[in-house]
Design a protein around this ligand. Structure first.
Ligand code: SF4
Length: 455
């Protein structure tokens, strides 16, 4: 669900302004829809994540300017938090960008645009003024409990359930993160600050949504959901006392999992926790320390054990191909992945290739060492984060990882059944013996594989 658009759409005064959210993933005839509404619009906002969404953002913003040249086009989201002025400098059809937490800035911006007031006092934005691009001072993070309830009626919730193939409700209960992982842009964007909705308010809001939208699964999109353990304990009790009978999924750091009392682990399970996402990143403690992940591998295994006992699924993502990563470190990562995957078919261990995300300290290092990042907004649109390896992964290593990923899933994945049994055994044998040549099973699976669902 478009949570960023819902968040900013919900804070502006809806007695004064009509908010229309158009999401091309669920709407047809998007250009027609825009054309219909844009003539009377006060502004047009687009939320942008670095990578492929930029291409869509550029296309649609240009179209908007063709339809209504006087309507200001505003970009917000991760990309403009990292690059406040570049999109405006390069594209005459982008007028304003918003940085960081967008709710207050967008509300303020709308009020200024609506009142015809100059934008020089609106904090947390960059904008074009008489041919110059100006960047205003940043806005301090605002506590999330000062915002009202997010208005999901701004979208057609049923369309998202249909698209997902399940009645899964997306929700965000916190913004930012206290941690400092050197591959992540969050510390740059949120300055290692964190704000969260208190458990009692979450209980009120979720009960209201549960009765209204009748969802059966709740998908938290927080970066570090388990930051405040007391809040988690209270939240689980809210779900139980209010009889909100759902399953839920969220992110957890391994160190947070270790700090969580057994009692709270059990409350999580009792209240419906079905899946955690725990970033491991590397199987080498040395690499983890280098990337300032601030977790211990023992904490990862502790969480695995807890989840095994409580029957909670886990996604443990890993990253390979960091600059200067040694073969020993890669071997350690492979070993930890095998240990986790073989413990439980509900433990997934996706492997990603490192890409230098702008705003992270490792990226600053690789740039200082001569790596050229994309130099324009358009080029950032071609910067793909999924599936492609960077220059720090040799072809040989990439071949190895692609084969390893395939056989790991074959050997330890969730697919069961008598017909699948021999393939499963072959996958396990190949992983245990690091034998990935002549992948005939891969061809067979590709023939019978069905399309993957969203989410
Ligand atoms: S990777 Fe997660 S824990 Fe680390 S800084 Fe980013 S959001 Fe925080």
């Amino acid at each position: 669900m478009p949570l960023a658009l819902l968040a900013i759409g919900s804070v502006i005064d809806q007695k004064k302004y009509e908010v229309i959210i158009i999401d091309a993933r669920v709407e047809e005839n998007v250009l027609e829809l825009i054309k219909r509404h844009i003539k009377d619009a006060l502004c047009f906002g687009v939320t942008i994540i670095t990578g492929a969404p930029i291409k869509d953002g550029l296309y649609i913003s240009k179209k908007v300017k063709e339809f209504a040249p006087d309507v200001p086009v505003i970009w917000g989201g991760w990309h403009t938090s990292l690059f406040p002025t570049q999109p405006i400098e390069e594209h005459s059809f982008i007028d304003i960008t918003v940085q960081g937490q967008g709710e207050e800035s967008f509300k303020d911006l709308v009020d200024h645009l609506g009142g015809g007031i100059p934008l020089d006092k609106v904090k947390g934005i960059a904008y074009r003024n008489n041919g110059n691009v100006l960047k205003n001072p940043p806005r301090q993070m605002v506590a999330m409990d000062s915002f009202g309830r997010v208005n999901y009626d701004l979208i057609n919730v049923e369309k998202y359930f249909k698209k997902k193939g399940k009645r899964q409700f997306d929700f965000i209960s916190s913004t930012g993160c206290y941690f400092r992982c050197a591959f992540c842009a969050d510390p740059f964007v949120y300055k290692r600050k964190f704000t969260a909705i208190p458990a009692a308010k979450m209980g009120d809001d979720l009960e209201y949504y549960y009765k209204k939208y009748r969802f059966s699964d709740l998908n938290f999109q927080d970066e570090t959901f388990f930051t405040n353990l007391k809040r988690i304990e209270e939240f689980t009790k809210e779900l139980i006392h209010r009889k909100i009978n759902i399953s839920w999924a969220a992110t957890m750091r391994a160190d947070q999992g270790e700090r969580l009392d057994d009692k709270i682990w059990k409350l999580c399970k009792q209240s419906g926790l079905r899946r955690l996402l725990i970033g491991v990143e590397s199987g080498s403690q040395e690499m983890l320390d280098w990337m300032k992940k601030d977790i211990k591998l023992s904490q990862v295994f502790f969480c695995a054990q807890q989840c095994n006992e409580l029957n909670i699924s886990v996604i443990f993502p890993f990253i390979v191909g960091f600059p200067l990563e040694t073969d020993e470190s890669v071997a350690d990562t492979v070993k930890v992945i095998k240990q986790l995957s073989s413990q439980n078919p509900n433990f997934e261990t996706p492997i990603f290739y490192f890409k230098p995300y702008p705003g992270s300290t490792i990226t600053d290092e690789v740039v200082n060492n001569g790596y050229a990042l994309p130099s324009s907004t358009e080029e950032w649109g071609d910067f793909d984060y999924i599936g492609s390896s960077g220059p720090w992964v040799s072809n040989e290593k990439e071949d190895f990882f692609e084969a390893f990923k395939f056989y790991l899933k074959l050997g330890y994945g969730r697919k069961r059944g008598i017909l699948f049994y021999p393939l499963r055994k072959i996958g396990q044998w190949r992983c245990n013996n690091d034998q990935y040549k002549f992948p005939i099973e891969k061809f067979i699976i590709e023939i019978i594989r069905t399309n993957q669902r969203l989410s």
